[in-house]
Design a protein around this ligand. Sequence first.
Ligand code: HEM
Length: 462
Amino acid sequence: VVDTRQIPHPPHRIPVLGDLLSVDPASPTQTMARHARTLGPIFETKFFGNRMVVVSGPDLYAELGDEKRFGKHVGFGIAAAREFLDDALFSAYTDEPNWSRAHNILMPAFTLPAMKNYHDTILDTVRELLAHWDRRLQSGPVDVHIDTSKLTLETIARIGFGYHFDPFTRGEPDPYAAAVMRTFAYVGRSAYRIPVDWLERLVHHRANAQMDADVAYIRRVVDEVIAARRASPEAAPDDLLALMLTTADPATGEHLDDANVRNQVITFLNAGHETTSGTLSFALYMLATHPEIAAQARAELHTLWPAGADPDPAFGEIHQLRFLRRVVDETLRLWPIAPGYFREPRRDTLLGGRYPLAAGQAVLALTLKVHRDPVWGADAESFDPDRFRPERARTRPPGLYKPFGTGVRSCIGRQLALHETVLALALILHRYDLVPEPGYTLEVAEEFTLKPANLRLGLVRR
Ligand code: HEM
């Protein structure tokens, strides 16, 4: 029997509901980060008897990265995602055959050199965003997150599956993107499900029905993409879908089946768009509210593409933008759009030599809090890209900067997200001055990932 007495929990725990009233379902990880200030480096929460241990002390957080003792926990929101994504990359258990099969087949498409294949497509979509913004320069501030989401969904759809939503030329919001956003919100809320089936169905009837309709719609769209590809394989571009339909796992010689390919496509469309757009939106907010940093980033851009010229960035040039890359790294430190990730002990263990954890226990590694720990300096709350200069980064303890998760289950799309974000920021900053709306204070919405709520920026053509 594991003794859990040493791990505190929020005050006001009540029968059945547990700590439900202590955690705001609209901003769960932000509430947990606040609880951590009073409860300390490790605490637990319970919702309807489901126990989650929340870790935000730097040493304990780094310890969770030990792959020999800990692995990914598939539970809470990920369990809900599993209902419609099954054993696709993000929602699979690591020991399921389809996880290693898909990982082996897809990894070569996500290396840094592989980004060269996607560079021109990303450039096209970013230019479409700029043309869209140019057309509406006289119409007041732009809603940043709506447009960054359109951009990143379009990018992953084109480079992944040769599919065009063409969001900047369509008048109305894209129904696929809207359905994806609702499924995110649903998954984000799923930790608060009522474990009594009939009561859950009664209370959340409308949300569950909407989710069923959204999943059916998303599947239909993706099935059509796959069917079209199967019908004319000779016209197939060299993309992720072609890779999944034609390549065997080099380790076993096995292929992914059609249902799994469908679930992988949906996973990439989901995981690949709302994450990158959140990062881009927060970075634009940071640059708009720190004009001196925007000026420094622009000075770097002008060494490659003088002011006034229209940049035509080559693949390799994006990697020369070291300062802009630090802007992105620092943005993901302060606002890790994946604010935490779940780990579980492989066997009963003591975390920090002291806190007992049973095998399989869900542990939330709370990146959002660790990224602002005093270990980052007395100015941990302030935006300073230069803290990622290599000479300063080397002075910090390892294992504390994890915006892309940890170990074998960390983000496969990291290089893609970084390449797209830096490229988009470069072109946006080169073209426009970013003007914050007077009186706007940053509010961060949580729907599984974080994003700035209602962020609007004025754009002035340079
Ligand atoms: C996994 C963050 C962009 C696809 C993850 C995980 C994190 C993360 C924290 C680990 C989740 C866990 O441990 O449960 C991010 C961030 C991004 C980003 C911050 C952008 C800035 C992308 C993109 C793609 C992608 C662009 C695809 C094109 C995936 C997939 C997994 C994953 C498939 C599951 C990998 C596996 O378990 O094998 N991501 N992600 N992500 N991400 Fe990303």
